[in-house]
Design a protein around this ligand. Structure first.
Ligand code: SF4
Ligand code: SF4
Length: 187
């Protein structure tokens, strides 16, 4: 982590208030490292998990919103489960991704939000994932037309991918969720 001293004036207090509003108590972190040591994909992060929590505690919003880590996090919750102070680290990653998108910051891993959008588009339409439709949508968005074709074909031949979509019963409730009636943050 950058060892440069961060003065109270450098802290983004508005950002800290947003975290507090979501009950994410980053100030409770005492840097024990259990979150970082348990993360299954931490080797691919540019900021390790405990650095993310510490930077959040310092109100270093900009540095976090430009990081690769917030997009690579798989939201597996291992870190939060291991944290002795029950800090909602996966929730913190969610907030950071949301803030980055709201502020129009180009994602450091651009294909990951494209995948999220394709996934959510499928949920919005069918209430569940229709794998072939989601993958086709993702490939068009990302331009990655040839990637994972062998794997896709293998799954199709094993009957794991359905040609036609089928929806769940509660699609109207799903559409209500997507209508944006939930609680939102300002930027
Ligand atoms: S496990 Fe919890 S207390 Fe320990 S470094 Fe990670 S966030 Fe901080
Ligand atoms: S939720 Fe994200 S940061 Fe936490 S252990 Fe899983 S992948 Fe790592």
């Amino acid at each position: 982590m950058d060892k440069t001293c961060i003065s109270p004036d450098d802290r983004n207090e508005k950002f800290l208030r947003k975290l507090k509003a979501r009950n994410i108590d980053v100030q409770a972190c005492y840097q024990c490292g259990r979150c970082s040591s348990g993360c299954p994909i931490g080797d691919f992060f540019d900021l390790n998990v405990m650095e993310v929590v510490r930077l959040a505690g310092y109100g270093q919003e900009d540095k976090l919103l430009h990081s690769h880590t917030i997009w690579l996090c798989a939201a597996c919750e291992t870190c939060a489960t291991r944290c002795p102070n029950e800090i909602e680290i996966a929730g913190l990653m969610d907030v950071l991704r949301e803030l980055a998108l709201r502020r129009g910051i180009a994602p450091a891993e651009p294909r990951i939000p494209l995948f999220h959008q394709s996934f959510l588009g499928s949920i919005r339409s069918w209430g569940r994932v229709w794998e072939i439709g989601m993958i086709a949508n993702y490939k068009v968005r990302s331009g990655d037309l040839a990637g994972d074709m062998k794997l896709g074909l293998s799954m199709f031949l094993k009957g794991k991918l359905k040609l036609a979509p089928h929806s769940i019963k509660g699609t109207s409730e799903i559409k209500e969720i997507f209508s944006g009636k939930g609680k939102e943050y300002d930027r």
